[in-house]
Every structure is written in C-alpha cells, then in structure tokens.
Design a protein around this ligand. Structure first.
Ligand SMILES: *Cc1c(COP(=O)(O)O)cnc(C)c1O
Length: 404
C-alpha cells in the first residue's frame, strides 16, 4: 500500500503501543504454562460482564461458538425454528443450524439496516399453530423458539419492541452483539443499557477486526441468568463441571488464557477507541451533509447512517448507501481508498442455502440494501485529513456520475 493510501481497517497501529505489554503476558503464560482456563480467563469473564452491565460472561472460542452455545443454553435444539435477519454475517445463521434448529428470515428496517420490529410482529401474526398449539414457522413448519436480532455495524437493534413482541409470543431473545461491544440502547424506562445485557443471552466475537479484538480467535456469551451461564460454561468444556464427568455432551469451545490476557488489556482501552469511532462517524456525517449531490435535475445521493435517538452506536463499520456503489468502490480504490461491502449477498440468497427455497424478492428491503451499501474506512486513529480525502473523492465521483 502506498504511503498516502487509506486502509479500510488499521490493526497494526493500536498494537504498537501494546507490544511490550503483550510480550510480557506471553512470557508469563509460557513460564506458568497456564494456557487453558485459569485466572486470566476468570478475570476476563468478570471484567467483560461488568463492562456490558450483565451479571455473567463466559469466554469461548469465537463469536460463532458464542452464538451456538448461547442458543443451546437457552433451550434451542433439534426440531426448533429461530427467527433472524438475512442482512448479517453468515455465522448468525450457521450457529442456528449447528444448534440443530431451522432459520426463518424476516426483513430489516431500511433506515437502521437492523431487524424490523414491524416485520417481526407481522410475521408472527401470520404464523399458524400446530396440533399441540405451538406457533410454527411459515417456511419450515417447526415450532418457533427464539429471535436473534443482530446489532449490525455496532448499532443496537430496536430492542424495546423486539423484546416486547417476543415476550408476547413466549419466544427467547438472543442478541448477536458480535459487532456491538459497548453500544448502548435506551430501554422503556429511560435507562441506557449496553448491548449484551438486554436479551436472555448475547453473543460477542473478539475476532481481530472487531471493536474489541483478540490476537486470534475468541468470543463470549453474556447473560443475567445464572443457569444459562452455568450451561455455557459446561458446553464450552465438553459438558463437564468436574474433569471427566460429563453431564452434557459439549464442545471444545474454550477461550485461550493468552487471548483472555490480551483482551483484558484491550478492554481497558475500548471506551477510548469507541469514542474515537463515534467522533469519526460524526465527522463523516458532517462532511457528507455538505456533499453536492447533483445539478440540473440529475443527482446521485449518498445516504449517511441513521442513528435513532434511542441508540448510541459504536460504529464497528461506517456504512453509506448509494445506487452506484460498485462504481464508487472502484473509483475510491483507484485513489488508494479501501472500502468493503457488508454484506454483498444476503444470507437467504447464498448458494449454500439454496435448498431452503428463498426466492429473489422474498426480503425486499434486505435485497435493496445489500445492493447499495458500501463501508468506508473506519478505525480508531482514522484522521480528519483522511476522512476529508475520502469525502472529497466521493464528491469527485458524484460529479462525474451526474454528468455521465
Ligand atoms: C464476526 C461476527 C460473527 C462471528 O464471529 P466469529 O468470532 O468470527 O466466529 C457473528 N455474527 C456477526 C454479526 C459478526 O460480525
């Protein structure tokens, strides 16, 4: 990458200042040979639970593990159906399948790109009951057990109505908080709660590129429910509480002690990094609001993210929407500015799920959004100059686009 290129994500700079501390932690791990479990994992579990405002956190091997074990621990299993969105990373859906359940997709809100509470209500209202009176999914005919809202891009889904509707139908809510470490949501009574403390359980990923990232794979399940926390602890460790006595069939889904040690150091910086992301988002918003998007009748708009009053997003990604997103990405790439699409193909249209029978057009908002979104460079340490350059190049593109 040339010197004045702007990366999509910079994972190197934040580690430079932590290098000595991490080397020291690695040395301690080697000297104590404490690689699995132990005080680093227990302490991280406590500190991350506190950070999220949840009673418990259980460190696991990845965000995908966290989702699967959380679903299993709340009682999702073979023969059940789970409702979620298709505008997400595929792991949300893989975890549902791996827990033995079937997925029922609903559409998103086109302003927030998160699960539409209206569509959830409409969908459930249209579901039939089976002979034992259980509500069953439209596609699969299987009893619906849970709803998984995804806090995509670091912005909490609209949890007040989602939890209320789920309660009304006796469904469990499991948050996919894999992109939302530290994001906040204002509940009915006016109090602000962090992602991971609102549903019955929540899943976090510490994949290196996430707002809180390990130096390898890691994840966590948070919950306020002691029995769920206990079950996840067993599931992550082959279903045992006591070595070689297995009350459940579990997994090898533990968090490495070295990753826990690194994560404890980075957790102390998370609020600072998140505020830097929020500041960068505010700056992008301001720069984009001055974009001149067309003259003489022609126009190409670039829509900035919408953040409702009831949420404080942590901008894991900063995503704008425009009709010419492929061409815009090419133009920016030509100027050394790297972008991404999150995600270009919604999960219900992925080849691996073709047998599920979802047709093009079955989730219209999801499909429109997936074709028009582009994620701009976003990371702590992104400078105002870099952001000005990004938006200046968007301006240049919009002008050419309009005269074309
Ligand atoms: C990253 C991510 C996951 C999966 O996490 P891994 O740690 O990569 O297994 C799940 N859901 C969403 C929305 C994610 O962004």
């Amino acid at each position: 990458m040339s010197d004045n290129a702007i990366p999509f994500l910079d994972l190197m700079t934040p580690h430079r200042e932590l290098e000595e501390e991490f080397v020291q932690l690695f040395r301690e791990a080697l000297r104590s040979a404490q690689f699995i479990g132990g005080p680093q994992v227990d302490n991280f579990d406590k500190e991350f639970a506190d950070y999220c405002g949840a009673k418990y956190s259980v460190g696991v091997g990845s965000g995908t593990d966290a989702l699967r074990l959380a679903l299993m621990a709340v009682g999702v299993g073979a023969g059940d159906a789970v409702i979620t969105v298709a505008h997400t990373f595929i792991a949300t859906v893989e975890a549902i399948s791996q827990a033995g359940a079937a997925t029922e997709f609903i559409d998103i809100d086109e302003r927030t790109y998160n699960m539409s509470a209206d569509d959830l209500a409409r969908y459930l209202d249209g579901c039939k009951k089976d002979s034992s009176g259980r509500l069953v999914g439209n596609r699969t005919g299987k009893p619906i057990k849970a709803v998984v809202p995804v806090h995509l891009y670091g912005q909490p889904a609209d949890m007040n109505p989602i939890v209320e509707i789920a309660n009304q139908y006796g469904l469990v809510v499991v948050e996919d908080a894999c992109q939302a470490h530290g994001a906040e949501y204002q509940t009915f009574n006016g109090s602000w709660r962090r992602a991971g403390s609102i549903g019955r359980a929540a899943a976090f990923s510490f994949y290196p590129g996430k707002n809180l990232g390990a130096c390898g794979e890691a994840g966590a399940v948070t919950t306020n429910d002691e029995s769920i926390a206990r079950t996840v602890k067993m599931l992550r460790d082959h279903g045992q509480v006591r070595k070689y006595y297995h009350d459940l069939e579990g997994y090898n889904g533990r968090l490495d002690a070295i990753q826990a040690a690194f994560l404890r150091v980075k957790l102390r910086r998370l609020d600072t990094w998140n505020s830097q992301r929020r500041e960068a988002a505010a700056r992008y918003n301001q720069l984009l609001s001055r974009l001149i998007t067309g003259t003489a009748g022609a126009s190409l708009s670039v829509i900035a993210p919408y953040e409702p009053e009831s949420t404080k997003a942590v901008y894991h990604l900063y995503v704008v929407r425009t009709k010419e997103r492929d061409a815009l990405a090419d133009h920016l790439k030509g100027c050394g500015i790297h972008t991404g699409f999150h995600y270009p193909v919604p999960v219900h249209l992925q080849n691996c799920y073709r047998s599920w029978g979802y047709e093009k057009g079955s989730l219209p908002a999801t499909e429109r959004v997936a074709a028009e979104i582009i994620s701009l460079p976003m990371f702590p340490g992104l400078t105002a100059d870099q952001q000005q350059r990004v938006v200046a190049e968007i301006q240049a593109f919009v002008e050419v686009g309009v005269s074309r």
